[in-house]
Design a protein around this ligand. Structure first.
Ligand SMILES: C[S@@+](CC[C@H](N)C(=O)[O-])C[C@H]1O[C@@H](n2cnc3c(N)ncnc32)[C@H](O)[C@@H]1O
Length: 227
């Protein structure tokens, strides 16, 4: 059984070639990441933005051209990932929290925008429900929460087919099969994806209404909702 602290170590290692690996291991990674800059209401101009599980900064990097004067807070358990962000964003207003979500102190009614790219599937069901409540409470009225993730549980009847198609995608980029074996090892140890409908129910329980999916490719989805 892997411990929570292992996530930070796993992503310290993964940080070395992160973006290239994600592009070639996650179907439509770039489309999902670029969705973060595309689907906001025209009059939306956030001052305060929280990026949960920022990794090396790919989601924040999408937002900065639109909102260069905003204050960003980046949370990630991996020190190496946070260090990559520190180098990349040194000319912007960025605060860092090198910590687990469970230990992060969510300020009440504070953020205009909270984002999470491919990070919430590392949380178990109880943690996801708690984090949705923290996110709701931490947003200002009118604030937006958007995140992208794989939204299918490992027990969903469609899951074997998802793995089949995902494997074909990874093996088309890495034909020797070693990368797919690594992806499946990581998936077994660190990933706890949840069905979209269950996440929708938990978001609604937390207080969110008007949940939208502006972009999806099968079970790889980008979701947006507003407080
Ligand atoms: C797959 S990466 C996603 C990075 C980036 N957001 C993106 O879209 O490419 C997941 C990141 O979330 C972080 N992470 C996972 N679980 C976490 C937790 N419980 N608390 C804090 N960070 C976590 C990992 O360290 C990793 O950097």
């Amino acid at each position: 059984m892997k411990k929570e602290t292992d996530i930070a170590l796993e992503f310290n290692e993964f940080s070395k070639n992160y973006t290239n690996d994600m592009i070639r291991c996650v179907p439509c990674y770039l489309e999902l990441v670029s969705s973060f800059g595309k689907h906001f209401p025209e009059d939306f101009n956030p001052n305060s933005i929280l990026d949960l599980g920022s990794g090396n900064g790919n989601i924040t990097a999408q937002l900065i051209p639109y909102f260069p004067d905003a204050t960003f807070t980046l949370v990630d358990a991996s020190t190496e990932m946070i260090d990559l962000c520190r180098k990349q964003f040194k000319n912007y207003n960025v605060n860092y929290a090198n910590t687990y979500f469970n230990d992060f102190s969510f300020k009440k009614d504070h953020y205009d925008l909270i984002v999470a790219g491919f990070s919430l599937h590392h949380c178990n069901k109880k943690e996801k429900r708690a984090i949705f409540e923290n996110i709701y409470s931490s947003l200002k009225i009118g604030g937006i929460f958007s995140y992208c993730d794989l939204m299918i549980s490992k027990t969903n009847p469609d899951h074997p087919q998802l793995l089949e198609q995902w494997g074909q995608f990874v093996n088309s980029n890495f034909p020797d099969g070693e990368k797919w074996a690594w992806v499946m090892e990581h998936y077994k140890n660190y990933d706890k994806p949840t069905d979209y409908l269950l996440q929708k129910e938990w978001l609604e329980n937390a207080g969110f209404t008007n949940i939208r999916i502006p972009y999806r490719d099968g079970y790889w989805m980008y979701l947006q909702t507003r407080k």
